[in-house]
Design a protein around this ligand. Sequence first.
Ligand SMILES: Nc1ncnc2c1ncn2[C@@H]1O[C@H](COP(=O)(O)OP(=O)(O)OP(=O)(O)O)[C@@H](O)[C@H]1O
Length: 227
Amino acid sequence: MSPLIEIRQLAFAWPDNLPVLQIEHLQLERGEHLFIQGASGSGKSTLLNVLGGVLTGFTGEVRVNGLSLAQLSARQRDRLRADCMGVLFQQFNLLPYLSLEANVSLPCVFSRQRRAAAITRSGSVAAEAKRLLQRLGLSPQQYGKRPVAQLSIGQQQRVAAARALIGSPLLLIADEPTSALDGHSRDLFMQLLMEELQQADITLLLVSHDPALARYFSRTLKLEGNT
Ligand SMILES: Nc1ncnc2c1ncn2[C@@H]1O[C@H](COP(=O)(O)OP(=O)(O)OP(=O)(O)O)[C@@H](O)[C@H]1O
């Protein structure tokens, strides 16, 4: 089986600039968790955007689940992202006019593969959305009728995490997912996230400035940028 992520001689530069990202070799197997650190501007978000298939124009080889990103069309990259990747960002991007459950279920609207995985796990997409919300500490009975805008930041973050995890994507890409949480909520959130990732064998790439998160990871990548 090919590694989930394989990078060789990767370099990315914005036009007329020095490379902001250079990685000679990086390999991650299915289920591995990588903590990505580095000063502001060192290329952390750039790396996530390259791996997410959002940013093209790099040199070198980047493979996700055996597929070479440079050889995929924009449409194929969109499909790979919808089927195989959950994303969790600092801004949660929840849709305020949808219920919690509908927000969590969204990836299953765009991916047949994730819809099938959710149904296999819980019998229906709605049941899997409820299971994940409950797992992350949100009871649909308690919060189900409340518009997402009325949830606390920590609660919104957990809805966003449930949405990223539904349909067991192969890869979770997380950019500063705990920056809005206090220390206690951060630790609770990380423990729940890690348990769910382990159960579904999901690979994690997580960027954060918070060194306290390092203890949840066995591997760390430190980016240096072009300094
Ligand atoms: N659209 C763009 N055009 C030109 N340069 C850019 C663009 N986006 C980012 N950069 C530059 O690329 C470099 C890397 O940016 P990136 O966002 O990857 O850093 P980062 O490590 O994620 O930073 P932070 O921790 O502050 O979020 C920075 O020097 C940034 O100014």
